[in-house]
Each structure stands twice: as C-alpha cells, then as structure tokens.
Design a protein around this ligand. Structure first.
Ligand code: HEC
Length: 464
C-alpha cells in the first residue's frame, strides 16, 4: 500500500511539472493557434467536412441548390452555409440527440460547425490548391449494380411552370407469380431537380379491397389516395381504441422512399418478402421549389434486386401504425393526437422508424411501453418537417419483447402561424392528399419468417 502511495505522489509531481511546462509554453501555443484560426481554408479544413457531409446532395445533378465540390461553387453560399450549419438546418436531421442512436445520423460535430463558422468569419478563403482532398466518389447510375428488374413510370411527367407542387400516383405490376424475396430496391428519378420525394409501396389488391369495404376510409378518384369517411366518430387518443387507432398486420409494405440523399434500401441480411400478385404503388411529389431545376420532365425508374435465398430464416417488413380517427380543429396551434400498436409476436426487432404527417405536423415522439411497465423514448422528432421524409435507422436493431406497446404522439399546428399550412380555416381529418393530414409511423421490423404467411387481420372496423 505504501509503495502505491509513493507512486501516486510521484505521479502527481510529474503531472504538476507537466502542467507547469504547459502553462509556461502556453503563450506560444496561444499565438500559434490564433494565427492558425485566421488561416482556416476551404481546401485544407473545410472541403473534407463538405465532401463527407454535404456532397451526397450538394453536387451536380442532385436536388440541393449548389455544389460543394469546388471552391468556386461554394464561395457565393458562404454566408448562408454559416447560418444553416449553426441553426443545424443543414445537414437535414431532425431527431433529438437525447434519444436513440442512428446509423444514418447526419449531424455535424460542434467542432465541425466551429471550423465552418471560423472559415466564413475569416473571409471564406480558398487556400492552397494542393491541399484539396480527392473528390468524393459516388456510384453513378444504379446504386447496387444492374437490377434484376426495372419498372418505370408509364409516361414522362412534365411539371408545369405555374405548379408549385404536383403529385403523380402510378400503379406498377412486378408480375410476380410466387413469393419473391427482395434484397434491395431503389427509386431513381431521372430528374432529381424536380423530384421532391417519392414513396414506393407494395400491396395486395385483395387486401386493399378488404380495407375499403371494412375500414372507415374511402378511396378518392385522385390516383387512389384515401380519406376518412365523413361520419366516422372522432378519437384523438388512438390508444383508447381497441386496436390503438388502426394499424399493423396489413400486407401493405413501404418498400422505400426517395428523398434527396436516400434513393434505396439494402436488406441483404434479411430480405423483404413480396407475395404473388402484389402490385407496386409509386407516389411521386414534384416541386418547383428547388432552385437547381434545369429541366421539367421526369420518368422515375424503380430497380429491384432479388435475393438468392429461397427461404430466409428472418425477413424485413415495414408496417404502418396510424390513428385514422383524429380531427384537428381549425386554427388550433397545438393539437395532440396519438396511436398505439401492441407487438404480438416473439423475436421482433425494430430496425428503423419513419414518422409521417403532412404540412401541419409539428412534432412526433415514438415510445415503447414494455410488458413490465418500463417505458423508453425510441425516437423524438421535436421539429418535424414534411419535406424531409427521414427513415431513422437504429445503429443496432432493437429487440421488442412480445406484449410491448409502441405509442406515437403527434402535435399538429393548424394555425395561421404555421407557414406551411394550406388552410387554417378548416378542420382536418385523415386525408392522404397533401392538403389533408395523416398520423402514421412506418416501422421497419425484422422477424422470423413464418409459413404460411402469418397475417394478423387488420381490425380497423372499431366503430362499426
Ligand atoms: C440529404 C441531402 C442534403 C445534405 C446531406 C445537405 N444538404 Fe444542404 N440542402 C439540401 C436541399 C435539398 C436543399 C434545398 C432547400 C431545401 O429544400 O431545404 C439544401 C439547401 C441548403 C442551403 C440553403 C441554400 C439556399 O437556398 O439558401 C445551404 C446553405 C445548405 N444546404 C448547406 C449544406 C451544408 C453546408 C451541408 C453539409 C454540412 C448540407 N447542406 C448537407 C440537401 C442536403
């Protein structure tokens, strides 16, 4: 013991000596580093940050309004960049960092933000050309090589000059005659300068017919998007309803969504099963809002890569949980509504979460209430933005014990203060058109494969 004490003392002495040395030399370090601060340049310090964190969207042919690949293209945007990185509007990422760890987390570190800010404050200098790192490499063309199956919108869509937002809904038939397993899918707009986002669903026509017969919703003639029937009673707290608001189990799978920076998904480990006769439903949202727009036409393609496995032990499914019965009164700034869904199978893992509301969506929290009563916030999106349909992918899939209830709580702003609100004078209910609202969350689950297909029947007829 005594020996250890002596060692401790001598260690302290060494530390003190070291500190003294640092204190003594610090004036030199200080002046050296402040000289260094003035010299933050694009080529040396800033380009590596931009190439890694911005270039996937900020390069020619992508949706963002300027390229970060060269100094000449970046320089005019320096002030705006400073503002957007300080406010953390860029890169786009809306999850509260206090909950959950995500594989696709795009946030910059505080240090990276400081570097960018110092660079702009120091005059956004270029620096020596030879310091510039090599240009980042991106896959040109299809993301995962040549697809096994390519489907395309049947005709070219032309965005009208006077249109701000346009939606196109198309049904595509992959012509599957037996269960097929998909290991990757990509939605690839030909023209990313007008494609704002796109959603690709796989559904069974029979189940959609069932849904339309039984459920409190009907199909509009606008390309098959659905609305709640007018006389359906209101319940904002979906968790009070026997089925939590209406969710889960339907064989409607969201295959993927296109948003800038997300074109495809890769499920090589646990492929997605597509039953025979399934049809794909593609909804594209086009917008004139992007300043990078060069041409007005698009004819989006879908690439599918099939899995070599005949009968994978585990599969990936994406299920929707929702409350179909909410109503947001006109003019209300803070309206709360929720939905619940109880997991009734063993060995289910949660891989990703994608909250979905429309223009009045303000925030969403996703919580797990475990069978032992403990609860955990899985994801919190305090400032939801409709234009970023982010799929929050967990760093590691999370085992969800059987009997766990997933609860989503949404806040809507239907007041005139919400600059995106298309009409604050209207009460709003479930309506899949953009001007209407949805309260849903897509859950990407990994679960053991069951044969024949285990389908919980969707009991949406709660109020019948
Ligand atoms: C996932 C794609 C994506 C990533 C990553 C991304 N951006 Fe953007 N950015 C966009 C898009 C799309 C826009 C167009 C405006 C909009 O819709 O918000 C934009 C707009 C901007 C603007 C505003 C331009 C204007 O019109 O004033 C700035 C500045 C900006 N980005 C900087 C950055 C920086 C810096 C990074 C990296 C640190 C970054 N962005 C990362 C997609 C992205």
């Amino acid at each position: 013991v005594r020996i250890r004490k002596e060692q401790a003392v001598s260690l302290t002495t060494i530390l003190l000596l070291l500190t003294t040395v640092i204190v003594l030399t610090s004036p030199f370090i200080g002046s050296a580093s402040s000289a260094h601060t003035d010299q933050i340049t694009f080529t040396k310090e800033v380009a590596p940050i931009f190439f890694k964190n911005c270039a996937e969207c900020h390069r020619p042919g992508e949706a963002a309004p300027f390229s970060v690949l060269s100094y000449k293209d970046v320089r005019p945007w320096a002030k705006s960049i400073r503002e957007k990185v300080i406010s953390r509007e860029m890169p786009p990422w809306h999850a509260d960092p206090n909950h959950g760890e995500f594989k696709n987390d795009r946030r910059l570190t505080q240090q990276e933000i400081n570097t960018i800010v110092k660079w702009v404050d120091g005059g956004a200098k270029e620096g020596e050309a030879r310091a510039l790192p090599p240009q980042p490499k991106f896959v040109e063309g299809w993301r995962f090589g040549k697809p096994d199956l390519v489907l395309q919108m049947p005709m070219e869509y032309v965005l009208r000059e006077d249109a701000i937002d346009q939606y196109v809904n198309v049904h595509l038939d992959p012509k599957l005659t037996e269960d097929r397993y998909i290991q990757a899918v990509e939605v690839r707009p030909e023209n990313k300068t007008i494609a704002h986002h796109g959603m690709l669903l796989s559904q069974l026509p029979g189940e959609i017919a069932w849904l339309l017969r039984e459920a409190p919703i009907f199909e509009t003639d606008e390309g098959g998007v659905k609305r709640v029937k007018e006389d359906v009673p209101v319940q904002n707290d979906g968790c009070k309803l026997p089925e939590g608001g209406g969710a889960g189990g339907l064989n409607t799978t969201v295959l993927t969504a296109y948003v800038p920076g997300r074109g495809g998904d890769d499920w090589t480990q646990h492929p997605v099963r597509i039953p025979p006769k399934s049809e794909f439903f593609l909804q594209m949202h086009y917008s004139n809002a992007f300043r990078s727009r060069t041409v007005n036409q698009d004819q989006t393609k879908i690439g599918i890569w099939f899995s070599k496995e005949k009968m994978p032990a585990k599969i990936t499914t994406t299920e929707v949980m929702a409350n179909l019965f909410f109503k947001i009164p006109a003019g209300v700034e803070h309206h709360k509504a929720s939905a619940c869904w109880t997991i009734r199978e063993d060995n289910v893992e949660l891989a990703a979460l994608m909250p979905h509301m429309h223009l009045r969506g303000k925030s969403m929290e996703v919580m797990a209430v475990y069978p032992n009563g403990r609860f955990e916030v899985l994801l919190n999106v305090p400032k939801y933005e409709y234009r970023w349909q982010t799929n929050y992918r967990f760093a590691k899939p999370k085992l969800i014990p059987k009997g766990t209830t997933i609860k989503i709580t949404a806040i809507f702003d239907n007041s005139a203060k919400n600059k995106y609100n298309p009409d604050p004078t209207k009460d709003v209910r479930w309506d899949e058109r953009t001007g209407g609202e949805m309260l849903a969350c897509f859950l990407e689950l990994i679960k053991p494969q069951m044969q024949p297909a285990a389908r919980t029947s969707p009991t949406l007829s709660t109020f019948k």
